[in-house]
Design a protein around this ligand. Structure first.
Ligand code: ADP
Ligand code: MG
Length: 372
């Protein structure tokens, strides 16, 4: 137990007061030290953030809730070709080409009203526009931060031009390679096998005269060879579906429709009111592959009973449409990510066109258009 202070001698009281003073001084020093440590830590983290901001490979752009640019890091300046000072206070729309430019205010308003974000926390591929007016594909992800009652949006941007070019090249190379193998099978192996088939038939005729009992063996060889030829032809057709002639696409699509009908026992029709002639094999092959993927999706995902493939050329616009009567594709936000639709877009892009996939009144409609 402590002594009651009333019983303390003066000397003891002085000693106690002095130690209390000492204690105060010490604790003040501790508080000061803590404050300094906290300030150091704050400075340290600010410096760290600034270094990240300055050196990030990704472009970072922050905007306020009305879409006005508040800041932009050096990578974003490089990507868009602007100095940050030129853009601060301007609407972020300047970094997008039409039609995204016109829609952006709508996105923000819609988000503020409904809280439903099309992009926040998801990240997607969009198109950006540089100061010189050129456009480029970019990956954009947006996060939102509440800062003292104020909402700011932070966009992280990466220019993916090179990646897209590489993807296109890979697709093109694989297409060319498939085409080459298909052609080799058709022109090389099939021709060879046809010669063997003929030889077997000649042998059969000879044997029928000289050694009758052996003739059926030769006939069997000829039959088996015919079967190998027909399988190899089918394989070659799959690898290189469009023949090198301007009606090639029309006949390939017709065959796609009739094969689909035969194999899946559903109605699949090809319509082409006026002949559409395409001299460029690459264009024809990409269009064919788009139709093939759309048909396969209609069967696999749409569970369609009826598919129509329509090819037309009207006023310089070539249109390839595939309509199915299936369950209908879901809206993009909930759609599962598959390769097929993505590759379709690439193919359309490579041949200077675009592709749109949407739910229609009674199923799904895929429309690919090219201005020629
Ligand atoms: N014709 C269609 N009808 C219904 N859903 C479709 C149709 N086409 C595509 N989809 C939907 O879009 C998704 C993505 O298609 P796709 O990219 O071709 O991928 P995959 O066929 O490899 O699953 C599918 O999983 C499906 O949910
Ligand atoms: Mg698919």
């Amino acid at each position: 137990m402590h002594d009651g202070y009333r019983t303390w001698s003066k000397a003891k009281l002085v000693e106690r007061l002095a130690s209390l003073e000492q204690y105060h001084l010490q604790s003040q020093a501790l508080v000061d030290r803590d404050r300094e440590t906290a300030q150091d830590a704050l400075r340290d983290s600010e410096e760290r953030l600034r270094a990240i901001w300055q050196t990030a490979v990704e472009g970072i752009v922050t905007i306020d809730e009305r879409g006005r640019i508040e800041s932009m890091n050096p990578a974003a300046e490089r990507i868009f070709g602007y100095a940050a000072a030129e853009l601060i206070g301007k609407n972020v729309k300047v970094l997008m080409p039409a039609p995204y430019r016109e829609n952006h205010d709508g996105y923000l308003d819609n988000y503020k009203r409904s809280g439903h974000a099309k992009i926040i926390g998801i990240g997607r591929e969009v198109v950006g526009q540089r100061k010189d007016g050129t456009t480029f594909p970019m990956d954009l992800s947006v996060s939102q931060v509440k800062l003292h009652d104020k909402m700011i949006f932070t966009g992280f941007v990466r220019d993916i031009t090179d990646r897209k070019r590489l993807e296109k090249e890979i697709l093109q190379i694989s297409e060319l390679e498939q085409h080459r193998i298909g052609q080799d099978l058709h022109d090389g192996i099939c021709q060879h096998m046809t010669a063997i088939e003929l030889m077997a038939e000649v042998l059969e005729t000879k044997l029928a005269k000289q050694a009758k009992s052996l003739a059926p063996d030769a006939e069997k060889i000829a039959r088996e060879t015919r079967e190998v030829i027909s399988q190899t032809r089918a394989l070659s057709r799959g690898l290189s579906p469009v023949l090198l002639e301007s009606e090639g696409l029309m006949s390939a699509l017709k065959e796609l429709a009739s094969n689909t009908h035969d194999i899946f026992r559903i109605s699949c029709q090809f319509f082409c009111l006026k002949p559409v002639l395409i001299d460029d094999l690459t264009t024809a092959t990409h269009l064919y592959r788009i139709a093939q993927e759309a048909v396969s999706n209609a069967i696999k995902h749409g569970k369609a009973h009826e598919i129509q493939i329509v090819l037309s050329l009207e006023g310089g616009t070539l249109t390839l449409a595939i309509q199915d009567d299936g369950v209908g594709i879901q809206s993009p936000a909930t759609k599962k990510k598959g390769m097929g639709l993505q590759v379709m877009k690439y193919r359309a892009g490579i041949i200077g066109g675009s592709v749109e996939v949407r739910k229609s009144d009674n199923g799904t409609r895929v429309i690919c258009t090219i201005n020629r």
